[in-house]
Design a protein around this ligand. Structure first.
Ligand code: GDP
Length: 369
């Protein structure tokens, strides 16, 4: 068979080697005519999400040319999973091009939120991460909050150049681009790949009225996000769809809080204090004594402690422990990528052990709220 065989659905070059990569088709499906890639097959037959994703290495490779263009790079991150959705290595591929950091999903924060504080917090995090951005904008693409500033910032920094929109999966990139299209051009269409013929699947170039383009790029898959590990049904439970109602627990040392069978929070040592959990309210918390926790988990994983179900749990990596020492002094958060975060309210410090599926990112940070 020819190397350059293409998918009859999307035109991508077919390959049989790597199911995680674009153009994959299982070898046994090569006998079908017309031949379509697995992704098109799924979209067609199961109506699965049509957004394209890549791992970070492939993403950086695909976009390695950006540094030699004159463009504006818009990096969207999800405030609900800030650490998990930040792109590492971004400065390397953008070259001298300016970056605007759009922090999406601010509608998920509790109703009484001081956005200036949040903005300052993000600016400090960005600086600490060594990322140079020309502006940070907070918004909610879905609820249309802060969007005027997004448009203004893009106009200001774009100076007629193309805009590359980059982000991890599920940060709201499509939602934001659809909104941009509505604001920027006469193309009143929703963004779907098929509406822009002649584009390849990996980069979607959307022409704007002034002759420049918005370039949509594949969502980057980070395996360190709990949201990447679970199935669609559980994803809906993990991702809040309305403002988070923080859950406050007064805990004594040697108490444990479970979030389904996905995350276990042990307060191992420290003064009695309150912890505030910012997680989707669709996910139930379950408190117990630390000495009972192993037994409870063994007996009730996938049942009382769900999601996920027992069968789904078998598909997930095993839980591993992260030992975290909350320093004395400033209030801190422990962020658990894809779940949300826990604020330790006391200034007395605490020793915690967080159990998460292996690979999921757990980070200590200055508290957000
Ligand atoms: P993409 O994978 O980055 O293109 O993200 P999508 O635009 O498909 O959005 C992923 C999920 O996040 C969907 O469930 C959206 O409804 C949701 N979403 C997108 N923008 C926002 C937002 O501003 N606020 C909230 N709460 N959810 C959002």
């Amino acid at each position: 068979r020819q190397e350059d065989d293409r998918c009859a659905g999307c035109g991508v070059t077919l390959q049989t080697a790597d199911s995680e990569r674009l153009g994959y088709v299982p070898a046994q499906a090569l006998t079908r005519t017309p031949i379509i890639c697995q992704r098109c097959f799924r979209i067609k037959n199961y109506n699965e999400s049509s957004s394209i994703t890549l791992n970070q290495d492939d993403f950086l490779r695909l976009l390695s040319h950006v540094g030699s263009t004159e463009s504006l790079v818009v990096n969207i991150v999800d405030l609900f999973d800030f650490e998990g959705s930040m792109i590492s290595g971004l400065p390397r591929f953008v070259g001298k091009n300016p970056i605007v950091l759009v922090v999406n999903k601010i509608d998920l924060l509790p109703k009484v939120t001081n956005y200036n504080r949040i903005l300052n917090w993000v600016q400090r995090q960005v600086k600490e991460a060594g990322l140079r951005v020309v502006e940070v904008v907070l918004c909610s693409a879905k609820k249309n909050m802060g969007f005027e500033r997004v448009i203004e910032a893009l106009d200001e920094h774009r100076k007629g150049r193309d805009i590359y929109v980059v982000g991890a999966t599920n940060v709201g990139k499509s939602t934001l681009i659809n909104r941009l299209i509505r604001d920027y051009s006469d193309l009143d269409a929703e963004l779907t790949v098929s509406q822009y013929p002649g584009t390849t699947l990996d980069l979607v170039r959307i022409p704007m009225d002034d002759g420049s383009s918005i370039i949509d790029t594949p969502g980057i898959v980070y395996k360190h996000r709990l949201t990447e590990l679970v199935n669609k049904k559980d994803l809906m439970k993990l991702m809040p769809d309305k403002p988070v109602k923080p859950l406050v627990f007064q805990l004594n040392e040697k108490q444990t809080v479970f979030f389904g069978s996905l995350v276990r929070f042990d307060f191992v040592q420290g003064e009695r204090q309150s912890f505030t959990f910012y997680t989707s309210n669709g996910l139930k918390a379950h408190r117990t004594k630390l000495e009972r926790a192993d037994e409870l988990y063994a007996e009730h994983k996938g049942g009382l402690l769900s999601p996920p179900t027992l069968e789904e749990l078998e598909e997930l990596p095993p839980l591993v422990k992260h030992t975290i020492r909350i320093p004395k002094g400033k209030p801190s958060d422990v962020s658990i990528s894809g779940l949300g975060w826990v604020k330790a309210n006391s200034e007395a410090g605490a020793d915690l052990v967080i159990h998460v599926p292996k690979g999921v990112k757990v980070a200590l940070r200055e508290s957000l709220i």
